[in-house]
Design a protein around this ligand. Structure first.
Ligand code: FMN
Length: 185
């Protein structure tokens, strides 16, 4: 089984999304001794220049070969980090991961499981603030567009509100990883 592990936080060892994405990968590794993990740290090694339409791209091939994709995705200014957006620009390739037919777009990358470790300073899960969330809905839409229906989000939010909220959010997210561990069959 191939797992692609993507991180995009600029915060290094203090990053919540990195802690959670690593725990998610460990959960899969526990269940799958044969797991083959490829890690791509988009903050440590930003993707370089490329031209759209370039057919041989290691970034795209890694994505296509993955059975499971685990993504550490902080919220930056209501969306995702620019380095993560640059990765998405590399994996959305007409003719490889989607195509258009008369009925509209058709995703070609189905059958994968995507697990997103989401971290954000504020709270967006409910109420009026939900309209400001261009991070999780965006990621769900992009993977849906590529034909991937199995998308799960493990979320720690309200991290910047105060110490209590932060502790509660971290505990809930760690519990969600444990639940994932139990069903990571
Ligand atoms: C450049 C930048 C922009 C951010 N923008 C937002 C934002 O729009 N909304 C929010 O709730 N938190 C925002 N935050 C806070 C982060 O989402 C929060 O610190 C989260 O823990 C980052 O994930 P990480 O811990 O994995 O780095 C921002 C942080 C940075 C560094």
């Amino acid at each position: 089984m191939n797992l692609l592990h993507i991180d995009s936080s600029a915060l290094g060892t203090r990053s919540v999304s990195r802690e959670l994405s690593a725990a998610i990968v460990a959960a899969f590794a526990d269940r799958h001794p044969d797991l083959h993990v490829i890690s791509r740290d988009l903050a440590a090694a930003p993707l370089g220049d490329w031209s759209p339409g370039h057919t041989e791209d290691a970034v795209l091939e890694e994505f296509l070969a993955a059975d499971v994709v685990v993504i550490g995705a902080p919220m930056y200014n209501f969306g995702i980090p620019s380095q993560l957006k640059a990765w998405i620009d590399r994996i959305c390739v007409a003719g490889r991961t989607f195509r258009y037919d008369a009925g509209g777009p058709v995703g070609l990358a189905g059958g994968k499981r995507v697990v997103i470790a989401s971290a954000r300073g504020g709270r967006y899960a409910e109420g009026a603030a939900a309209a400001f969330d261009f991070q999780e809905p965006y990621l769900r839409k992009v993977f849906g567009f590529l034909g991937i229906t199995d998308v799960e989000v493990i979320r720690a939010e309200g991290l910047a509100l105060d110490e209590d909220h932060r502790a509660q959010a971290l505990a809930a997210a760690r519990d969600a990883v444990t639940a994932l561990r139990l069903r990571a069959a």
